[in-house]
Design a protein around this ligand. Structure first.
Ligand SMILES: C[S@@+](CC[C@H](N)C(=O)[O-])C[C@H]1O[C@@H](n2cnc3c(N)ncnc32)[C@H](O)[C@@H]1O
Length: 414
């Protein structure tokens, strides 16, 4: 039974559920294509499948035990393949894009597409084909391709998104809400994430930002940690479908991991404090206790230069460091507002602000140096006063009148 037929399994708590997705060698693809016979194209009984026409692309098989998969197949045909290769879809029923198709009709469309795609897949199987397939024919995802692939995977993994919103009572730290992918791309572009970056989403929900980041960037690693079992379970499914769909389009994908667990658990400390270079925390609904733990424990140990993106700022930059505030996160970081796009989150149509806090240990070093300097100046000042006083005393003791008698300054017998 194939992975798609058996359905993606759930991971153990706190266990990594995904691994690096390597491009599939072209030789394997060809063998796989050869083994699919024309009379089983489209549906294989308990799955519906689509041939790939991309270099290194794999046949996509989605389980028909979950009826919403037909919708995803239909959308891939309509949204990706129709604009790129309309000639492959001419055999489909007239007006198929304008009406709502039932499952049998979608399966029939997939079958017709597969039959027509076969020779193209053979012809185009030897190299990347950006002339015809444009950005879909390139091994690296553009924003649009990464977004569409994550959205297809989301549709496969989360048939009823409303379940996520209704699962927890509003305004608890586990309140669910999503940052959209346009906003995530804006953050990635603004921070210029590169090959030495490790991105960590603390409270990663269903993991769509982690998957998107691994597709859109060439960073070292992306990791998400999610506490609540419902979104964490969907994250397992989402990452599995994401890998399948990336493989279908022959796309390169960076290393990523989605973990079910509490990010305050000490076992994540090394990842957060030593490895992470960019941390994302959608803390909009986090309660004061959780925020206290984040700012007073977790973030205190971050490396100099670590960047943290949040939906609520940690504090004001304008506050001067005082003796009492030296253990405050603002004493060792700088916060600025980031760009935010329209409709950047799922829970409100209003614009939500995004904040960038950069760990800056030099601020605290400078504070202590200034304090030392002040103390030194004070000490030198009081020493100078003391010296001055002593000098005055000596002088008074030795001063004499014009007859050579000592002048007495004290008492009233002068
Ligand atoms: C608003 S959602 C954000 C999801 C995702 N990062 C995004 O922006 O699309 C915040 C998530 O943080 C999770 N969370 C809260 N406390 C957590 C903890 N201590 N450890 C891991 N996840 C936590 C919640 O369960 C919730 O799913």
């Amino acid at each position: 039974m194939s992975e798609a037929e058996s359905g993606p399994g759930r991971g153990e708590e706190d266990s990594p559920v995904t691994e690096k997705v390597d491009a599939v060698p072209a030789r394997l693809i060809k063998e796989e294509r050869r083994s699919s016979s024309a009379d089983t194209v489209g549906t294989g009984g308990d799955h519906v499948e689509l041939f790939s026409i991309c270099y290194s692309g794999k046949t996509l098989r989605l389980p028909t035990s979950q009826p919403h998969m037909y919708q995803v197949i239909y959308r891939i045909l309509k949204q990706v393949y129709l604009p790129l290769v309309p000639q492959i879809l001419v055999g489909l029923p007239k007006g198929w894009t304008e009406v709502i198709l039932d499952h049998n009709q979608v399966a029939e469309c997939a079958k017709k597409y597969n039959m027509a795609a076969k020779p193209y897949a053979k012809n185009w199987g030897g190299s990347y084909n950006t002339d015809t397939l444009k950005e879909w024919g390139h091994p690296q995802c553009t924003f649009r391709v990464a977004r569409d692939i994550v959205n297809f995977a989301y549709e496969c993994a989360v048939p009823r998104p409303s379940d996520l919103n209704n699962h927890y009572k509003s305004f608890s730290s586990e309140t669910y809400g999503e940052t959209n992918l346009e906003q995530m791309a804006s953050i990635i572009d603004e921070l210029r994430l590169g090959p030495s970056d490790v991105f960590v989403d603390l409270g990663s929900g269903i993991g769509q930002l982690v998957c998107f980041t691994s597709a859109y960037t060439k960073i070292k690693k992306a990791v998400g940690i999610e506490l609540s079992p419902l979104p964490a379970g969907h994250a397992v499914d989402l990452s599995n479908y994401f890998k399948k769909i990336m493989a279908h389009f022959g796309k390169n994908c960076g290393k990523f991991e989605l973990i079910e667990g509490d990010f305050l658990n000490p076992k994540f400390k090394k990842l957060i404090t030593e490895e992470a270079t960019v941390i994302f925390i959608n803390n909009y609904a986090f309660g004061p206790d959780l925020m206290f733990n984040i700012t007073n424990e977790l973030l205190q140990e971050l490396k100099h230069g670590t960047r943290i993106v949040t939906t609520k700022p940690f504090g004001s930059n304008k506050r001067e460091i005082t003796y009492r505030s030296t253990s405050d996160i603002t004493a060792m970081s700088d916060t600025v507002q980031m760009r935010s796009v329209e409709h950047c989150v799922s829970w409100t149509a209003n614009k939500v602000d995004f904040w960038l806090t950069t760990m800056d240990h030099t601020k605290l070093i400078k504070y202590y140096e200034d304090e030392l300097h002040k103390k030194k100046q004070q000490r030198e000042g009081s020493e100078a006063v003391e010296q001055h006083r002593e000098h005055g005393n000596k002088k008074r003791k030795t001063e004499r009148d014009s007859n050579g008698h000592k002048i007495k300054f004290c008492g009233n017998s002068a």
